[in-house]
Design a protein around this ligand. Structure first.
Ligand code: FES
Ligand SMILES: [Fe+2]
Length: 366
């Protein structure tokens, strides 16, 4: 089940910050709109991406579509309407009807006006709905990053496809995920501990993809990895290698093995993290973990482990990261207004590197 049960209390306040800084988003790229399972047959889902209201729906054949959630007549949200004959969206206000490509195909008051709504390219792949917010003519589905482990028919053991909305700009959350030194403090016990502070950080760029690795040798096993490994609190070698694809897609190859042993002898996860700006100050954060090299679970315990993994990750992101990042956003806005820049440390080289790539892509986006 995909869940967006956590709605930050700060999201309500975010409007007042929304216009405080003009944000330029990368537009000609694919964003995660939703977990595919979130959108059932015949359902409509209202979401905002990059400050634009969008309605997602599936037609009678199950194909998903995305239209602007703003009727061209007097701007009623189309998501307040309903689907007619499985493939037309009917505005609830005065009854205009729109086809899946956004054309106005029926006006109960006379001739249908030539007043289309914008249709956004939408592709279902790897159990995700991907939306293109830029020029539709440039939408190339082959540019969607490959996450085959999340395919619905993949053999891999996957945690719940989960998510939260965070009252912060997506770049602050990206900073958080590309600087995993914070796990020693903010997620102490679950994902890191004091002994995991000292780590070699390795940053590698490959085209517009970035890898940020942290290796921690012979440290006490953090709680989540102990659960997946031998559940005996032993010392381990711990690795995190985060791969970032613009603008906000990340996979964390993370695991533990006995000190000095090869990684293949250990176990871990591929933590998938997908960030999509809702507004300048709010972000949809989708996440799911895929087990890597899982140890055989005792009879009947595989489900329990999966649920516990889901729960621990949700605690880490919703209860530990979110409050910190949201508070940080407010302080950062105040500091920006004062013209004060952040002081950077050596641990910030991952975030610094992705910002350079993202800026290059935004400059070239047109
Ligand atoms: S606002 Fe949609 S038909 Fe009038
Ligand atoms: Fe975190």
């Amino acid at each position: 089940m995909a869940r967006f049960g956590y709605q930050s209390p700060l999201c309500k306040q975010s409007d007042e910050y929304e216009n405080s800084r003009s944000m330029k988003f990368l537009r000609n790229t694919w964003y995660v709109a939703a977990w595919a399972e979130t959108l059932g047959p015949g359902e409509m889902l209202a979401r905002t991406f990059l400050n634009e209201p969008v309605v997602l729906f599936r037609d009678a054949t199950g194909t998903p579509h995305a239209l602007s959630d703003r009727c061209p007549h007097r701007f009623a949200p189309l998501s307040r309407g309903r689907l007619v004959d499985g493939n037309r969206v009917k505005c609830a206000y005065h009854g205009l009807e729109f086809s899946t490509d956004g054309a106005c195909v029926h006006n109960p008051h006379g001739t249908a006006p030539k007043a289309p709504v914008r249709a956004y390219p939408l592709v279902e792949r790897h159990s995700i709905l991907w939306i293109w917010m830029g020029d539709p003519a440039r939408a190339d589905a082959s540019a969607i990053p490959a996450y085959p482990m999340l395919d619905p028919d993949a053999e891999a053991q996957v945690s719940a496809r989960d998510g939260i909305t965070m009252a912060a700009n997506y770049e602050l959350i990206t900073d958080n995920l590309l600087d995993l030194s914070h796990v020693s403090f903010l997620h102490e016990g679950i994902l890191g501990n004091e002994d995991t502070i000292a780590a070699e950080i390795d940053v590698k760029r490959d085209g517009s993809r970035l890898r940020v690795g942290r290796l921690m040798a012979d440290v006490p096993v953090p709680g989540m990895f102990d659960l997946l490994y031998k559940q005996d609190g032993r010392r381990v070698d711990l690795w995190n290698v985060m791969t970032w694809d613009a603008p906000g897609c990340m996979v964390n190859d993370a695991g533990v093995t006995d000190p000095g042993a090869p990684r293949e002898a250990g176990t871990g996860i591929y933590g998938h993290h997908f960030l999509t700006p809702e507004t300048d100050r709010t972000t949809f954060y989708h996440f799911a973990a895929v087990r890597q090299n899982p140890l055989p679970a005792p009879e009947g315990r595989a489900e329990e482990l999966r649920d516990r993994l889901t729960e621990l990750r949700r605690i880490a992101f919703a209860e530990q990261d979110a409050p910190m990042i949201e508070a940080q956003q407010l302080r950062r806005d105040a500091a920006e207004a004062e013209g004060v820049a952040p002081v950077l440390l050596g641990i910030d080289k991952g975030p610094a590197a992705y910002k350079r790539i993202l800026q290059e892509l935004i400059d070239a986006d047109g």
